[in-house]
Design a binder for this molecule. Structure first.
Ligand SMILES: Nc1ncnc2c1ncn2[C@@H]1O[C@H](COP(=O)(O)OP(=O)(O)OP(=O)(O)O)[C@@H](O)[C@H]1O
Ligand SMILES: [Mg+2]
Length: 594
């Protein structure tokens, strides 16, 4: 059985101007123990107990003789937190308030008190009383003269009713408090859910972006190889003829156009490889402030006169490990976009800063990573970017520029480069209020190298050594062979691994260097051929070439562009230089022959 939540309240107030009535009530409600057997009998009749059993506890009774006095006692009882449960109220109490008025006043301050209106037949009509007190469960009528049993029964029933009401009220309050607490919990869970959903959306968006890049990269990687072979051929054909003054001027002009177009096409394929992260990166230790300062000199010229350039770099160095060419491309692409967004002029601000990225930041920016980073901001005062365009900005081929003006590869290239550098890029913009692109690159606390290598203009190097050329693409094969022969080399040329191996076996003693394509039909592959040759003579120099990304070929030995690797398309000059460099290297020590 449940314990009652509230204590029984046995406090009763009798308000009656007839003093004798009070004595009667007291006798009925507050019998003196053992003194009044008549009352015991009454109780026994009501509660079915035997008269000798312990009588139920008596009531606590107070008396008032006028309405106002009764009201005063109710006020006091409330202040003392000892409210009355029941009031027996006479109807007529001249000269003061009558019972109806007193009831109305008391309910204003103690609405839960139960009232028993004690009345003789003639006092008021039913209708009048109902009219004045309203129909409610808070009052009953006790007709005078009353029966003792009725009084006790009413006192018991109404004090219990008062208790139950209190209990119901308490339960209701507890319930309301529980509902409020649960609502608060649900609200908090809902907020948390919203945060998590937003975070999930951001992560999914980042994933979609990189998948898009990845699939485009696969397509690009597929056509790149063929395209690069074709470009190598075009370049080879043009190169030798550009300096030939004997040709008609128109032919020369056309050749120059072809040469420029070849350059642009090669850049485009290289750009596609970059944004799809298939391009080989050649990182070195750099100081970012220096890179920016050097770039600024070039930039001012590119921006023209009506765009002011402001550079804000910190005094402290920002060492990073990065590919300088790629880094310049990031700055260039961002700066060119800024220029295009300010056709009527404006200001371009470049600033760099060291930043600690906290975990909390990463939660809101899924592409970000925590740690120490160099942050570079490129801010312009141009047209800004409409919110609808923001999610597509880094998509390959997304452009708002007229056909022929933009390819839409600038920002996707930037995105790819930063990913390769373990960094990321963010954008903020309000239409009409310019745009700020911020990119982050991890700081590298290795030693920054001194200023980049100075390029010397050199003659195309020549030589007389014997070279084994293995290349399956017929035109590239012919071009390279002819070119190298013109440079003075002696060439044995095979069209596949098998021919290459046969030529090696025949002329092993003469051959000093092997230039081989890596991917060729049939066996052995370029790599297997080179390994076989190296096994026989570790002193022979190998240079690999391919139009594929070398990363995709999963080579065990490290490939280093410009040392043991030259990616297609290459210019004859570059090939000649790398060959000369390799041949002039000191012979490898026998111990390193593996
Ligand atoms: N600073 C900028 N202010 C306003 N819009 C910009 C800014 N940078 C980029 N955009 C918007 O983003 C689009 C994509 O830029 P992105 O550099 O990728 O391509 P593009 O500049 O159109 O062409 P591309 O760079 O290949 O010549 C732009 O066409 C332009 O609408
Ligand atoms: Mg651009």
């Amino acid at each position: 059985m449940n314990e009652p939540l509230t204590q029984a309240n046995r406090r009763i107030l009798v308000i009656d101007d007839n003093r004798a009535i009070h004595a009667d009530f007291r006798k009925i409600l507050c019998p003196v123990n053992g003194n009044d057997h008549g009352l015991d009998t009454i109780e026994a009749e009501i509660f079915g107990r035997s008269a000798t059993a312990a009588a139920p506890a008596g009531f606590l009774m107070d008396s008032a003789f006028q309405g106002q006095e009764g009201f005063g006692l109710v006020q006091q009882s409330l202040a003392a937190r000892q409210p009355y449960a029941v009031i027996f109220m006479d109807l007529r109490m001249p000269p003061g308030w009558d019972g109806i008025e007193t009831t109305a006043r008391i309910w204003e301050i103690a609405p839960e008190v139960q009232i028993v209106i004690c009345t003789a037949y003639s006092d008021y009509s039913w209708e009048e009383m109902i009219h004045r007190l309203g129909i409610s469960d808070r009052w009953v009528i006790l007709k005078k003269p009353f029966d003792n049993l009725e009084v006790v029964q009413l006192a018991h029933a109404l004090t219990e009713k008062w208790r139950l009401r209190q209990e119901a009220q308490l339960k209701l309050e507890q319930m309301e408090a529980m509902v409020a607490a649960r609502t608060r919990e649900l609200r908090a869970a809902n907020e948390q859910l919203k945060v998590e959903m937003a975070e999930r959306e951001r992560v999914e968006e980042a994933l979609r972006q990189s998948q898009k890049m990845e699939s485009l990269g696969l397509v690009a990687g597929g056509i790149d190889h063929d395209l690069n072979n074709l470009l190598t051929i075009i370049r080879g054909c043009v190169d030798g003829r550009l300096e030939d003054e004997r040709q008609p001027a128109e032919t020369l002009a056309a050749l120059r156009e072809i040469d420029l177009a070849t350059d642009r096409a090669a850049k485009l394929t290289s750009q596609i490889l970059t944004f799809s992260r298939k391009k080989r990166m050649l990182p070195q230790e750099l100081e970012l402030n220096q890179v920016i300062q050097r770039f600024a000199n070039l930039l001012q010229r590119l921006l023209g006169e009506n765009i002011a350039l402001r550079i804000a770099c910190p005094g402290t160095p920002l060492p990073v490990r990065a590919d300088p060419g790629m880094l310049e491309q990031v700055l260039l692409n961002l700066a060119m976009n800024a220029r295009d967004a300010m056709p009527a002029g404006g200001q371009l601000t470049l600033d760099a800063q060291e930043m600690e990225i906290p975990e909390a930041y990463v939660r809101d920016h899924p592409q970000a990573r925590s740690g120490r980073f160099a942050r570079v901001r490129v801010n312009d005062t141009g047209s800004g970017i409409p919110p609808a365009a923001l999610p597509h900005l880094f998509d390959p081929f997304f452009t708002t520029k007229e056909p022929g003006k933009g390819t839409g590869l600038g920002l996707s290239t930037v995105f790819g480069i930063l990913q390769q550098h373990h960094g990321w890029i963010e954008v903020e913009s309000q239409p009409g209020h310019g745009a700020t692109f911020s990119f982050f690159i991890p700081l590298d606390h290795g030693k920054p190298s001194t200023e980049g290598e100075t390029r010397r203009k050199v003659e195309i190097p020549q030589g007389t050594e014997t070279i084994l050329l293995v290349e399956d693409d017929q035109v590239v094969h012919r071009l390279v062979r002819n070119f190298l022969q013109r440079q003075g080399y002696r060439i044995y040329a095979g069209c596949n691994g098998k021919e290459g191996l046969a030529l090696w076996q025949e002329h092993a003693r003469e051959i000093k260097l092997v230039l081989t394509d890596m991917v060729m039909p049939g066996e052995p592959s370029g790599r297997e051929l080179a390994q076989a040759i190296h096994a026989q003579d570790p002193a022979v120099k190998i240079i690999y070439t391919t139009g594929y990304s070398p990363d995709a070929l999963k080579m065990e030995e490290p490939l280093e562009e410009g040392v043991n690797f030259i990616s297609k398309p290459y210019s004859p000059d570059r090939l000649a230089r790398i060959i000369r460099l390799r041949l002039d290297e000191k012979p490898e020590k026998p111990a390193e022959s593996s």
